[in-house]
Design a protein. Structure first.
Length: 180
């Protein structure tokens, strides 16, 4: 290669590098990386349900538990909260559209929630009575030949709640059966 041609080639390469470097310097900065989406599964203290929460998602999204898929209601801030009454803790948030970021996000298991604060015995009795009265009425509508329903012993309840539930179930059953 002649000296003149080499000098022309080197000058052309340097000029293009400077020009492209200037274009890169004038280009707008790229958008910051989007925050990562996350999902957490928190078991209830009684082990009967889980709360699934997520943040950083763009709708539409689906929640998959390995057996079924259901649409999620994601708010304007990209958050959601769902309660499921099953013990499964393996959940995945799936994108509906192929162009969405975070096509799938596996939910992580968080620590179990704290048990609800104890209420006063009077309030527990009243809540138990109301729930029992409703159950007694339902049982009376079905069959008055039997006896009133019994409280569900699988859930941990205070003694006041159980006494209120039993009293409410008896009264609801008697009233419904007397008016049949």
């Amino acid at each position: 290669m002649h000296r003149r041609n080499r000098r022309t080639l080197i000058c052309a390469v340097l000029t293009s590098c400077v020009a492209l470097g200037g274009v890169a310097a004038l280009a707008p900065p790229t958008a910051a990386a989007a925050p990562a989406a996350s999902c957490t599964v928190t078991p209830a203290p009684n082990g009967m349900s889980v709360i699934i929460t997520g943040e950083g998602f763009t709708p539409p999204r689906n929640l998959n538990d390995g057996e079924s898929t259901e649409p999620l209601n994601i708010d304007a801030d990209g958050n959601f909260r769902v309660q499921r009454f099953q013990k499964n803790v393996d959940y995945t948030v799936l994108a509906v559209n192929e162009d969405q970021q975070f096509v799938f996000v596996n939910c992580k298991v968080g620590p179990a929630g704290t048990p609800p604060a104890p209420q006063s015995p009077k309030k527990d009795f009243e809540q138990g009575y109301a729930a029992g009265f409703s159950a007694g009425r339902q049982a009376g509508k079905t069959d008055c030949a039997g006896k009133p329903p019994e409280p569900d012993q699988s859930q941990t309840r205070s003694d006041a709640y159980v006494k209120g539930w039993t009293a409410g179930a008896d009264n609801g059953f008697k009233i419904t059966c007397a008016n049949r």
